[in-house]
Unconditional design. Sequence first.
Length: 465
Amino acid sequence: MAKAIMIQGCTSNAGKSYLAAALCRILADEGYRVAPFKAQNMSNNAGVTPAGLEMGRAQLVQARAARVVPDVRMNPVLLKPEADTRSQVVLLGRADPELTALPWRERKPRLWPHVQGALHRLLDEYEVVVIEGAGSPAEVNLRSSDIVNMRVAKEAQAAVLLAADIDRGGAFAHLLGTWHCLEPDERALLRGFVLNRFRGDARLLAPGPEWLREQTGVPTVGVVPMLDIPLPEEDGLMPGRAATGEDGFVAIPRLPRVSNLDEFAPLGELARWVTAPAELAGARAVILPGSKSTAADLAWLRATGLAGAVTRLATSGVPVLGVCGGLQMLGHAITDPHGVEGAAEVAGLGLLDLHTEFAPDKTTRLTAFTDPETGLKVQGYEIHHGRTREGGGAQALAPELLWRQGNVRGTYLHGLLENPAYLERFLGWAGLDAPESLDSLDARLDAIAVQVRASLDWDFVGGLL
């Protein structure tokens, strides 16, 4: 009997985070004391624990699903991409410059003991650990440096469920091919296949599942439908594309290193991600989102022409909001004396009379305050290296957190628009009506758990524990 159950995927974006969250809520509802675990995330979609430490957003959601306090041991290693071949290493909630400087394959000996220790402490403290893999265990070129897939499964002696995104097509080939790429001791841990994101009549799947079992000896233990219930995931929730009618929309530049995408989910269909100036036509408001590489993304804004287009909209009175890196871009200048991003100084858009200097230490904390402009109590979290000071032209609505200059505002508070009253006020400045609000996260987790449990052979899956 396993004390850990692991969701692996044939590919990236097979729905591992979603299924792991569902299992956390199902098992919590059945009375288990359950914790999520993912050894290593690669994502700029991060959040902050109550202890003020940084971890992947997906594991924060899974901890919520499990009804336990988020703990960085649930995601001991977080890699935050800064460029195509460079990522910041966050180890147990804190950025580690020494590990960040190491080549990829030299990190494993340094990281594995922390992964191993975090995993075993969770196994000691909880009745069940729901583990999420990363990418695919079939990536044989990465086998020697694996600290997140089958090496974790073997360390925990986890019962592994392998998920395929059947909506992409080729699911049976993905499952069979992945099984063939595993070593015999790894195959022994693979207990079931899951066909995820299925649309249509499940009877049409025959004889695929039985054929697959004949080939591998592994049963298909679930056919999970395509569920229209959004959750923040590892790479962030991408809001839908708005219609181009007279009602208008909120434009959000899709920065190359954009971070914390899911905080804009409450905008719903009002949000449109843009990459060119022409796409701003009809925008009633603009949001500059967070960035893992502020200077590089600011250069991208200028290269695409979006910097000038956003400036013209701001000058014409369109509300503009910058969040974290977006706030820094709105100021006059960004200086980097400690080489956090590598640029000595870059000029900002000059829409807020602010100056930002990058500090070597990162601020990570949960934050709440009352906005004097609206009288609203708001809460969220901070993740930033920047220290920002205002000049005479910008008004500090909350010290070191929120500034305003005319119709332009900037904040370090991630999640500001997840406060429904503030979202309504912001959209009101743009002359837009607030969309129908998302159900609470707990309500969505409950709904997903019901659907996923009904889609699995729960006698089999529950019997693994």
